[in-house]
Design a protein around this ligand. Sequence first.
Ligand code: NDP
Length: 483
Amino acid sequence: MPELQKIRHWIGGEYTDPASGEWLDVYEPATGKVYAQLASGNAEDVERAVQKAQEAFPGWSTMPAVERSRVLYRLSELIDERLEDLARTESIDNGKPLALARSVDIPRARDNFRFFATGLLHFASESHNAPGAYVNYTLRQPLGVVGCISPWNLPLYLFTWKIAPALAMGNCVVAKPSEVTPHTAALLGELADQAGFPPGVLNIVQGTGPGAGSAIVAHPAVKAISFTGGTATGAAIAAQAAPMFKKLSLELGGKNPNLVFADCDFDEALETSVRSSFANQGQICLCGSRIYVERSIYNRFRDAFVEKVRALRQGDPLTEGTQQGAVVSEPHYRKILAAIETAKAEGGTVLCGGAPAPQSGRCTEGWFIQPTVIEGLPAECRTNQEEIFGPVVTLQPFDTEEESLGYANSVRYGLASTIWTRDLQRAHRLAERIEAGIVWINCWLLRDLRTPFGGMKDSGVGREGGWEAMRFFTEPRNICLKY
Ligand code: NDP
């Protein structure tokens, strides 16, 4: 058998083997087969990465802003030049349709660097004065070495969403992608080198959460942790980091409501709700997994929705035209199928899907699940309370605006929400009371990178995006001068 491709750490400007000498299997979800070996990082690798980052920090943090901007911008151009290759790699690594990686994931990774490369040129700090008495001015200085830890669902997209603002503000980074989807992050090392990043400014330690992730959080020289992932992992990271008084940004799970009122633009609500339910096999933290529909249009919406979901083309993610690929891993596949069984046991009626979706050819052993729509479940059952993070949504009718709000807010999460109505007064009334960090009215996933991004309740702490992210990666120092 030919030797499998090796995915190594990127530390100090070069690809390096793991200190432990141990390698992990990386699977292609569409085939269920191992296709690469991943460096299994540990505290020793993290120590080396932090040292390299500390060495690079004085030069990087004092580099003129225009120079830093130029390097970040060049990286965005290089991502663009490699778009097709990166999209293919992402699709193989994650199971998502190639078309999605090509139109969303990789362009967004490019735009993350482009956005913060230009943003840093306009970043200003505050000054407050009392005329004739004193002036305060605030320095916003880079923190030093920071840690960025990201999940598997939008691998390069979310990895770069953290790294770009951290680097833009003059920090050096030790980052870890998910062990399940490490490949595009590894390629970023080589592109960063070509873009002109000095060695050590960006370090990528591969490996598991407990092995490499936890060592990044524990390292005393790592001043801040920007984390996106599950709520339980976020809580563990917070418990580890809090006694060291690290800055923390936690973007965690969601169980997002999608409220559809009778006066909505029916076709648009329908079309977008199919997307917001099943894009990336439902594995986007912003997907609307609980759809509440006003009773007078419930049956019409349900029937049309199920018809459209049944028509989604599922298959090999690398085949053009595929709309539904594989879910990311075997454990996740089993978890989603178990959640569907729970929904049935709770009395839910499966309107479509509800089972594996066996494929042929090279995908025979891949992890495919039919897009699943369930109705007849109360708001408080497990299916409607716990994050499934797969191609599973529930439908429920409601009678009044107040009732819909109660359903929307009935979970411990508060990440995103969608409201479909032509009544803008109602939309606004609901938008200011829904417990969610992001409210979309008559749209979904329309993202402006300047806006604050993040959740309330158990969906996290802090906000990413725009100035929020840039400020997070700085230490404010206020200086008061009396005159
Ligand atoms: P996990 O929480 O399992 O993992 C996220 C990252 O943290 C991975 O890189 C993981 O490593 C690492 N990790 C795990 N344990 C630790 C630890 N003790 N210390 C440090 N790092 C650790 O999430 P998933 O990867 O399963 O991602 C899915 C979750 O992410 C869902 O809950 C989803 O809602 C959430 N999410 C939230 C978003 C948001 O913006 N709010 C956006 C996207 C997803 P490894 O996997 O290699 O073990």
